[in-house]
Design a protein around this ligand. Structure first.
Ligand code: ATP
Ligand code: HSE
Length: 324
């Protein structure tokens, strides 16, 4: 039964960057790019979109957001009603910024609120991780900040870390898409003990450095041997950016999730922003790749949900008049 006191629900969910270099399938950070969703009970299920890049995304019950809402209703033991869903998203799909994770979290949080919050966020996190098969993107989108998580196939234990205050992010977003499935298919099934120790030590150091604000350690702590070397061929120029970014003003650099976006972590007092941005763009040009850069902040709130009676919210949402 939908909670009669709730006319419609609006959720805002941040993008995310996963791995942060060595923390493959375990570290994630939310970013200040957002998906907004509005959901309410209706006569017939329909999904409205605002924003670009949704060609081919279904507008009926095949839509990922409806499917995850159905999962939440089932988990809560409530019959899923017909739903009218409005979505606006500034998160580009298939670029390594967690678009599918943001859609999953938005659909789950909205459905949970529509019913009256029967499931805890930790339960939603387990359900969402079960869909993605890794906790990093969904954890960052749900809880905000930085997430260190370990998933055992059913449950994900996690710690949320407040990002260092003076950290900001430069994202270099190539025009081409790179599906996570394709970027996971090129990974080795086995690693040498030496490479395993290399990544365990740096993922641990990175987590501790981010927790204690030791930004001076990020350049070495963000190095990786587990996935980036094997994915380098899929993102021309990546190797040069990851190797040289810290000599051009970055604290450290990584492939964002499964790519193709490249991410540089920057000290907001660093003072070499233009040089770094020009360097990253020049590497893309050298490789004949169209790419845009965007400066972002770590998002601190994660999924934000408001309920109430918003008769015209869909119009506001679709017209893109929502404030970010
Ligand atoms: N905002 C969205 N609304 C509805 N469905 C979405 C949305 N984002 C992603 N999806 C669905 O999830 C599928 C995978 O999306 P996408 O390719 O963005 O995910 P990914 O490759 O796992 O991650 P990333 O976006 O981090 O690269 C899409 O084909 C689409 O069906
Ligand atoms: N840890 C995942 C993140 C995908 O966004 C991967 O790198 O495949």
């Amino acid at each position: 039964m939908v909670n009669e006191n709730v006319g419609s629900v609006r959720v805002r969910v941040p993008a995310s960057t996963a791995n942060l270099g060595p923390g493959f399938d375990t570290l994630g950070m939310s970013l200040s790019l957002y998906l907004w969703l509005e959901m309410r009970q209706a006569e017939q299920t329909v999904v409205h979109f605002a924003g670009e890049g949704f060609q081919g995304i279904p507008a009926d019950k095949e839509n990922l957001i409806y499917k995850v809402a159905q999962l939440v209703f089932d988990a809560a033991g409530v019959q899923v009603p017909e739903l009218e869903i409005g979505m606006r998203s500034d998160i580009p799909l298939t670029r390594g910024l967690g678009s599918s994770a943001s859609a999953i979290i938005a659909g789950m949080v909205a459905a949970n609120a529509l019913i009256g919050y029967p499931l805890s966020n930790d339960r939603l996190f387990d359900l969402a991780t079960g869909l993605e098969r890794h906790p990093d993107n969904v954890g960052a989108s749900l809880f905000g900040g930085i997430i260190a998580a370990a998933w055992d196939g059913e449950h994900a234990d996690y710690v949320r870390i407040e990002p260092p205050r003076n950290l900001k992010v430069l994202a270099l977003i190539p025009e081409f898409e790179l599906a996570t499935t394709a970027a996971r298919a090129v990974l080795p099934q086995q690693l040498s003990l030496q490479d395993a120790v290399y990544n365990i030590s740096r993922s641990s150091l990175l987590t501790a450095a981010l927790s204690s604000g030791r930004l001076d350690l990020l350049a070495s702590a963000m190095r990786d041997r587990l996935h980036q070397p094997y994915r380098a061929a899929l993102v021309p120029g990546m190797e040069k950016v990851l190797t040289e970014a810290s000599q051009r003003g970055a604290l450290g650099a990584a492939l964002s999730g499964a790519g193709p976006t490249l991410l540089a972590l920057v000290d907001r007092d660093g003072g070499r922003d233009e040089e770094l941005e020009a360097f990253m763009q020049s590497v893309m040009r050298e490789n004949g790749i169209e790419a845009r850069t965007v400066w972002l902040e770590p998002d601190l709130e994660g999924a934000v949900c408001e309920t109430g009676i918003h008769p015209d919210l869909f119009l506001e949402l679709i017209k893109g008049e929502l404030s970010s």
